[in-house]
Design a protein around this ligand. Structure first.
Ligand code: BGC
Length: 264
């Protein structure tokens, strides 16, 4: 089965039909630049451009880089335009796509769902934490494969500052940190999260996962296993499509479920 997935990121809006049996893009993805400022209206136009490129007419899963309450309403906007807060993103995007069914999901949660099914978290039980390092830090928390949505661990406070301000790859670039220096910050962050959650596994995602060999070997003292994500840049797209497929199944089963009142 194929479902369309879109990943809204700080620099690009990327999307493609996803082959849900393989957990991979069915065709090459299309990308447009994220408009600046990244207002809801401008981003919705970008999403439409990506989806229309494929002449897609089915359900669409879309990531958003902030808290999404009940798959619908935006609650935070750390690295996008603040006018997103309070927006019913599902309705906005569905309308912009001519009424196609839309599911909106936090970007790190989407990446996590994809990694747990098809990537580095496959068949892993217990507590697993996926962290995406980029403009911010995203997190996806799993207990026995079940997602605890919107965990937002990039915003935990360490030394009086939000962790993502200090330890994202943006912080590395902005301050010209060496891999050694940055790995030290990542190590402190992982140790802090380990104290809070005692996960069995950390999965390190985001674009930097491609360069895992440069910094993972420098991280010490963390008890949990630490592995790079496997799906790299496509995890968000794949995970968003998976969430949209699940919602579709719920809709079908709710429509065909026996009437709980027994028809009385
Ligand atoms: C947001 C998260 C998001 C992460 C990565 C953070 O600033 O609060 O929701 O997952 O950035 O985009």
């Amino acid at each position: 089965m194929e479902i369309f997935g879109v990943d809204i990121g700080g620099s690009g809006i990327k999307g493609a039909p996803v082959d849900l049996d393989r957990g991979d893009l069915a065709t090459e993805r299309h990308k447009v630049l994220t408009p600046q400022p990244a207002t809801p209206d401008a981003v919705a136009d970008g999403v439409r451009e990506v989806v229309q490129r494929f002449d897609w007419q089915g359900p669409v899963g879309i990531t958003y880089p902030g808290v999404i309450a009940e798959g619908t309403t935006v609650r935070t906007a750390a690295n996008v335009d603040k006018s997103w807060i309070g927006v019913d993103a599902r309705t906005l995007l569905s309308e912009r796509l001519g009424g196609l069914p839309v599911v909106v999901v936090n970007d790190a949660d989407a990446a996590g769902v994809a990694e747990m099914r098809f990537g580095a978290g496959r068949d892993r039980t217990g507590t697993v934490l996926l962290l995406t390092f980029g403009t911010g830090i995203g997190s996806a928390l799993f207990v026995d494969g079940i997602l605890v949505p919107n965990s937002e661990l990039g915003h935990v406070e360490m030394h009086g500052r939000e962790a993502e301000k200090h330890t994202s790859t943006k912080a590395k670039d902005d301050h010209g940190l060496s891999w050694e220096h940055w790995a030290h910050r990542v190590q402190k962050y992982l140790l802090y999260l380990e104290k809070l959650f005692s996960p069995e596994l950390f999965i390190i995602g985001g674009g930097v996962s491609r360069k895992a060999h440069k910094f993972l070997p420098l991280i010490e003292d963390v008890r949990a296993e630490i592995v790079p994500a496997k799906l790299e840049n496509n995890a968000g797209i794949v995970g968003a499509a998976m969430r949209a497929a699940e919602q579709g199944e719920h809709r079908v089963s709710a429509a065909t479920a026996p009437d709980p009142s027994g028809g009385v």
